[in-house]
Write a protein that binds this ligand. Structure first.
Ligand code: ZN
Length: 282
């Protein structure tokens, strides 16, 4: 089976916001996150998108938490899942604390939020051009592939500008984050529109938050993209039914991919598809 028939499942296990009140199975500590990521890898996930929480459960960019979590994941038998660190895990973090974990731990991938916006209705999600240029430099120097997160169309044009200017390298990998309050809604029409804007030869993945989860999951697979699932984006399995855990969401995505006559990509296949530096690092 060629790489064209492989679909990469990214699992976003924690995020910065959901609490045990939203879903008791959300992993918060490094040990909980590592256990959860291992179960998701066994269920078919190739990439783990990771956020950290402090001891009170709040989003943090604490490099020690990333380090401990990565260590615990690599202790699991044969677990070669690709680690994708957030760079936006705490709205109060500084430009420096948002990238120090990339310099220290050199994960294979990290999120790159390619523009600013209102975050919900009471906060700002700021990604200043100076920060984006510095972050791209850090990623280039440390072999970290940017996962360019797109919350609205303008962010795609920013990404294309940085590609033209040589700040970002091609081929680019996009993650369409649909349904965040303040961003583009999670509809199939919006996904089709956004996907039509990205440069030829790019790779892409998509997620829909909350009730947008399934429409975007099915549409992304049908359109030949990759997918992201997980409690960061959606704590439910079905209407009024909480997901049992992240692995349950991954297993469903894997089942749908197989029904579509494709196969979930292994981490090494995902490395080839995305042009990662190769070899398991952090
Ligand atoms: Zn995230």
């Amino acid at each position: 089976m060629s790489l064209k028939d492989k679909t990469i499942i990214t699992v976003a296990v924690t995020g910065a916001w959901p609490s045990k009140k939203d879903n008791p199975s959300i992993p918060l500590t490094p040990a909980e996150i590592a256990e959860d990521v291992y179960a998701c890898w066994q269920a078919g996930a190739a990439i783990a998108h990771l956020h950290m929480r402090d001891d009170e459960g709040k989003g943090t960019m604490d490099v020690e938490k990333f380090k401990e979590t990565a260590r615990l994941i690599r202790e699991k038998k044969d677990c070669d899942i690709i680690l994708n660190f957030t760079t936006s895990g705490d709205l109060n973090a500084t430009d420096e604390t948002r990238q120090v974990h990339l310099k220290t731990l050199q994960p294979e991938m990290a999120s790159y939020d390619c523009g600013s916006m209102n975050w919900g209705h009471n906060a700002l999600f700021i990604n200043h051009p100076n920060f984006l240029e510095a972050l791209a430099k850090t990623m280039n120097e440390n072999g970290v592939k940017p996962e360019i997160e797109i919350f609205d169309a303008g962010m795609i044009y920013n990404a294309m500008y940085y590609l033209k200017k040589g700040v970002l390298q091609g081929p680019q990998h996009f993650q369409f984050v649909l349904g965040a309050a303040g961003g583009t809604d999670a509809t199939v029409e919006n996904l089709v529109y956004l996907k039509g804007l990205i440069p030829e030869g790019s790779t892409w993945s998509a997620l829909g938050t909350g009730k947008g989860h399934l429409p975007i999951l099915f549409a992304a697979i049908a359109m030949g993209g990759h997918v992201r699932v997980g409690l960061e984006d959606n704590v439910f399995y079905a209407k009024n039914q909480l997901a049992e855990n992240n692995a349950q969401l991954v297993a469903r995505a894997a089942r749908i991919i197989r029904e579509f006559n494709k196969t979930p990509a292994t981490p090494n296949e995902a490395r080839q598809i995305l042009g990662l530096k190769g070899g398991v690092t952090a």
